[in-house]
Design a protein around this ligand. Sequence first.
Ligand code: ADP
Ligand code: MG
Length: 335
Amino acid sequence: MMLYRAENLTFSYDDIRVLDIPRLDLPEGQFTALTGPNGSGKSTLLMILGFILRPSGGSLLFRDRKTDGWTATALQEARRQLGTLLQAPYLFRTTVERNVAYGLRVRGIPRHDISSMVSRAMHTVGLAGYEKRHHQALSGGEAQRVALARTIAAEPSVLLLDEPMTNVDSASRSIIERVLMEKNRDEGVSVIMTTHDLDQAYRMADEVVTLVKGTPSPGAMENVYNGAVYQSGSGWVFDTGRISIAVPGGKDGSRTASIPPETVLLSREPAVTSALNTFSGKITAIVQRNGSVDVSVDIGELLISRITDGSYRRLGIGLSDIVNVIFKAEAVRLY
Ligand code: ADP
Ligand code: MG
């Protein structure tokens, strides 16, 4: 069964269209990461999946049921099957316990069950014993974990999380990461999480969906940059503010560029090539995939090169090595 199926789904704020999704299937039990540049529609899509916003057009199926004609009551019932954690969540000015119990009370769960469910959720997020603390006596990371405890307390079968680890200290970040992985792997909970951290997305998720200007773009999952195109000498360049890359001409006004990772070559030696784009940088991550290896190189922007296992072994590269990256102007896609 599909958890969600979107078809020709659109969303506009006033008259400005910010989502345009020809099709998107999110299977039950999957850990999905939604990535993409700022303003690409991640939070908006998450709020649609959370039944907080209604689509402007198209259809959205939830567990094979159409959602477009739903009444307010039906929407509310669907919402209760979900655990939704929006960005910068709000804690009520009261104790941690009451904050975590909130969703349970709303669901009408009996009082004697509430306290054990609250304790269990607090234990899961590593805050057992914090129940009586006031919300003000929490660090930012602890407050985020309390918000997560509130989200998971009713043990929803779906978790929707908007940048749950952004602006959180590293100890809390690794706890939140572990909780989400365990919920998904051990309990079969479907997790849909927005993040702008691609390494995190690939480490955690079964599927990474990248939004570019409100549309999922399977060909441009990684290496997506914001910037501007301009003419320089006889050619065109795309400037991200940190690096300038040679691009094909004729796409004036593009503000987003992507470079398919399969088109990015790596070399230990300075490249002798007619390709216009050659940079050198330090390797910041190496991720083994199925038959290939993703090597992230910091060239001013993070750039992922996807190479075969064989090339990876032949290159003999490791973390923190300085390498050269090479890609053709024609490989760069402009939006
Ligand atoms: P992301 O989470 O990927 O950064 P958002 O979903 O927040 O993207 O925003 C998508 C687009 O919608 C952006 O252009 C943003 O400026 C616009 N937007 C977001 N919220 C509102 C709003 N409440 N009113 C009008 N425009 C909005
Ligand atoms: Mg957002």
